[in-house]
Design a binder for this molecule. Sequence first.
Ligand SMILES: [Zn+2]
Length: 311
Amino acid sequence: MKRKLNGIVLFFAITYILTGCQKKDASEIETEIETEIERSEESVSESAQSMTETVADGGDYDFGTDDFETTLSETDMLGAGTSDTETTDLFDADSLGTNSDGAEESDKERSISDAADSFYYTALTDEIKARITGKSYPDTDEPLQISYEDLAYVHVLHYDFQAQIQEGELICNQSVAQDLVEIFYELYENQYPIEKIRLIDEYDADDEVSMADNNTSCFNYRTVPGRTTLSNHSYGCAIDINPLYNPYVRTSGGKEQISPDNAVPYADRSADFPYKIDKNDLCYRVFIEHGFSWGGAWNSSKDYQHFEKVE
Ligand SMILES: [Zn+2]
């Protein structure tokens, strides 16, 4: 429609120049026509841009993250402003690229498309704030290094150890929310096994208990074990994957410490066992591609479950 209007405007502009400005010489007319064409092209381009933004699914909640694909992360201002709990989906239908040639979607493609709807992030709703406050999010008048507004709620799907599809929930820093949605979608597409992804609040924010239960989790306002400094989990910038099989191994007072306690069989990384994260592992590769660093590559200690992205 806008393209049509632009064509009409262009037609009248050229007609006006040709009929109404008889005194101008040919070169002036040519310049004016070129200018009008340029303006018209700009306008068409703007229209196309705004149409792209309009059709983009989700994108209402702009965390200012880097572009993944333009339509994934651009804020759709036209649709914004309904509430502060709008979701940002992983994909709009087109960006999956499964149906770009107009061919009918296969069942598999359709199921991928449906599944993609389950990968999204939102701002923290009051309901989510209530779930985490007094647990992973301290209920205190003391100043914190994080606010609710810094955080995002992430919803994903994943394959468990029985190859069943499960829902997963995470709280993370808004700066890594888009990364996590994309990472977990890639892991899901490849049926990467993750036993459970529950909010650590279901374990009363007790990291040891969560790790011992092999729970994958992200935000938890806490110090580094054995130290007084805040862990990057406190900012929601660090995530632990399948922590039982990928323990935190450090030396303290000349003695090896393994967290969680029941992970001793998995501290020897030369041993062969399932769910082990190493540099050949898909999980490692996907996190690294998204700019995360891996605790298994640290020198002073080894935290094989741990990935973090600190800007
Ligand atoms: Zn960690």
